[in-house]
Every structure is written in C-alpha cells, then in structure tokens.
Design a protein around this ligand. Structure first.
Ligand code: VGL
Length: 215
C-alpha cells in the first residue's frame, strides 16, 4: 500500500501500560505490550504522529468494584457511561504511562487526553462523550494540517481502536489499520470490530512492511 508521508499521520490509540500485562490489576490486553515496535515502524511512513491517552480519575460511577461487575451496565442517568470497567490508566499512576519504548509524550505532535470527567467514559479519541458532540480537537488538528490518511494502531482493537477508526472514517479520512500494531481484549469482539471497521471503509495491513512511501 502506497502512502504519501506529507498527508499521512500515524495515530497511537491508548498505548498505555494500564492496558498491558505490565499492569495486571488494571485492564491487561493480552500481548498489549507487544505493539511498540510496530507503532514505531508505522510512524516512519507518516509526517505527523499523534497519541491518545485514557486519563481517568481514581473514582467514577463506571469503576467496577469487583471483577464480577465488569461489563455490567452503569445504572442511573449517565448518558456518557455504558458499562463498568476495572479501574485503569488513572492520572499520576504507572498505568497511565505510555508503553516502554514509545517516544516521550513531548515528542509526539499531538497528545489527546480523554476520559478525565468521571461522568464520561468515551472510547474514541475524537470525542470526549459517547454522543460524539464534544470534540477532542483531533479531527480539527488533522484537517488544519491537510492530513487525509491515518495509519492507526493501539489498544484495544475491539474498543478504543475500533471507535476511533469509525470516527475518523465518518470524518472523511482514509484509515489504514495496522493489525500488527493492535491487540484486542477478546477474540470474538476483536473479529467483530475488524468486520465493522472493514464495512465502514477501513483498509488493513498486517505490519508496516506492507507500506511503501510514495504519492
Ligand atoms: C478501552 C475498555 C475500556 C480501550 C478503554 O482503550 O480500548 N477499553 N476502556
């Protein structure tokens, strides 16, 4: 697949320790820490590099107090919460940090922080809310720079990667998902997520060796 560096950005979605076996008490995605080399490799085909981060508070109505509560619906009138999750990626903790081997945050062109409000647990990196009305600025930032193509990897394929990819497709970008730079929480939901992204127009590669610089 040919990519033109000048109109392409690489997007690292939530590549945080809290989604990896480095933080087993959080939301460890199997092999979540194995995506770093591929994220770094895909970035060499892009003129800009973005990262999104879950930046959660320690306490929120969506936090599951016991493992059994995970995936249970959040009760009450919370339009921007759906199901409960184990506490993860809390600001100031190890789980919030980027995976070892990724650039320092200051070396990314844009860092998007999401999930800060305890009453909102978004998945996609383009909006702070599930209704997708409050932009994080990612789409505007990319548009302003004339970027038309995104190479996407990160965690987890079946939640934050999927939702981010669908948001970018709806915003009119060409999206290449690098599956070698992604890992999912569960096989079934990961398969479904890949099918949904494909139906909505995403392209897929299984490693950045399948990319060629060009225009
Ligand atoms: C994610 C579940 C809950 C993700 C975040 O980054 O994919 N998944 N919170």
């Amino acid at each position: 697949m040919i990519v033109d560096l000048s109109v392409t950005a690489s997007f690292d979605v939530d590549p945080q320790r809290g989604f990896s076996p480095l933080c087993p008490q959080e939301l460890p995605v199997p092999e979540g820490d194995k995506i770093v080399n591929e994220l770094n490799a895909q970035a060499t085909f892009a003129g800009a590099r973005l990262v999104s981060k879950d930046c959660h508070p320690a306490q929120a109505p969506w936090v599951a107090d016991t493992p059994e509560e995970t995936f249970q619906p959040v009760t009450g009138n919370f339009p921007d919460l759906d199901v409960k999750w184990p506490s993860h990626c809390v600001v100031g903790t190890e789980g919030n940090r980027l995976l070892p081997g990724l650039p320092a945050e200051a070396d990314y062109d844009l860092v998007i922080e999401k999930g800060i409000d305890p009453l909102k647990h978004p998945y996609g990196a383009c909006y702070h809310d599930l209704q997708e009305t409050e932009s994080t600025g990612a789409i505007e930032w990319l548009t302003e720079r004339g970027i038309s193509t995104l190479i996407v990897g990160g965690l987890a394929t079946d939640y934050c990667v999927k939702t981010t990819v669908l948001q970018l497709l709806r915003a009119g970008f060409k999206v290449i998902v690098n599956l070698a730079a992604c890992r999912g929480i569960a096989p079934d939901t990961t398969r479904e997520a890949i099918a949904t992204m494909r139906n909505q127009g995403a392209a897929f590669i299984d490693g950045s060796h399948l990319l060629t610089p060009g225009s």
